[in-house]
Ligand binder design. Structure first.
Ligand SMILES: O=C(O)CCC(=O)C(=O)O
Length: 292
């Protein structure tokens, strides 16, 4: 295993080695953060209860293909909400980012359908979030593979250590925010370009200034993932926008994902209507297709 890879177990902790890796590379990979039973339950929650059908929309890439996503503001009390509330996710993220209290900024389900799913342009998440009034790059994301997320089906790519280079200007590339292309090329000449291979249950925890992208899905293999993002309480955005300002996050024990049997009550989650999001131009909306 590379020195940015760690195996999750009940005794996992953010040791000095883990912290050093996160600070040096801008990410760590946590293998097996969720086990097979948890992944199966999360898949069921997404697939069997119409969530994706109701709330997802495309985000066109530079060649007009569309990866899809859906976003919600608050975790809620259903099975999907237990992921960004679980101790093993939140406390790990808090320790990686220096120990301050984090709150849930949003969870996204990132979807690339077989043969159809499009790319995400090179970007920093902070390229989006800077525009939302988050004054400091004090945010972290936990990208959790539900399906294998590998090169062939449009898995993540990162520029190792690029989080240390500060915020890069972002502007629209079709429906998405893309980082300044010349600067990305310069950075590629200095930072290793790494394809991240994740199996179901593996997670990438990454700094909001890490440059990352993902290619199209030309394979027969679906590529779905959770992406839970957290902001520091003391980095509460200065403007009201489409993502939440500080809201206390109620952590739950790790066992909650297995124990929760709420698949249908989404009270309080606040699914994002992309029309309110000034940082994306949404493409095909699942619910509009349904109405036709
Ligand atoms: O799902 C992907 O491939 C990319 C996701 C991403 O870059 C993001 O959510 O910021």
């Amino acid at each position: 295993m590379a020195d940015y890879e760690f195996k999750y177990s009940e005794s996992f902790d953010v040791t000095d080695d883990v912290k050093r890796a996160y600070e040096k590379y801008g990410f760590i990979i946590l293998r097996g953060l969720m086990d097979n039973e948890e992944v199966a339950k999360l898949t069921k929650a997404l697939v069997e209860f119409g969530l994706v059908e109701k709330h997802s929309y495309g985000v066109p890439d530079s060649v007009g293909r569309e990866p899809r996503c859906m976003i919600w503001s608050h975790p809620g009390n259903d099975v999907t909400g237990m992921v960004p509330r679980s101790e093993k996710v939140v406390t790990t993220c808090e320790k990686l980012t220096g120990g301050d209290e984090l709150y849930h900024y949003h969870t996204k389900i990132m979807m690339k359908d077989p043969k159809k799913g499009g790319s995400f342009e090179w970007h920093q998440d902070y390229g989006y979030w800077y525009k939302n009034g988050c004054l400091a790059p004090d945010l972290i994301s936990m990208f959790l593979a539900i399906d294998p997320c590998v090169k062939e089906n449009g898995g993540l790519q990162v520029l190792v250590g690029s989080h240390r280079l500060g915020r890069i200007d972002h502007s629209f590339v079709e429906g998405q925010q893309g980082a300044d292309k010349e600067r990305v090329e310069w950075i590629k000449s200095r930072c290793e370009h790494l394809y991240i291979n994740l199996q179901p249950g593996d997670a990438l925890l990454f700094h909001c200034n890490l440059l990352h992208c993902s290619g199209p899905n030309d394979s027969e293999q679906r590529r779905w993932a959770f992406n839970c993002s957290f902001n520091k309480k003391n980095n509460d955005p200065v403007i009201d926008h489409h993502h939440p300002r500080y809201t206390k996050l109620d952590k739950v024990p790790n066992s909650a994902i297995k124990e929760c049997n709420n698949f249908t009550d989404f009270t309080g989650k606040e699914f994002l209507d992309p029309a309110t999001d000034k940082t994306v131009k949404a493409g095909t909306k699942a619910w509009e297709e349904k109405k036709e």
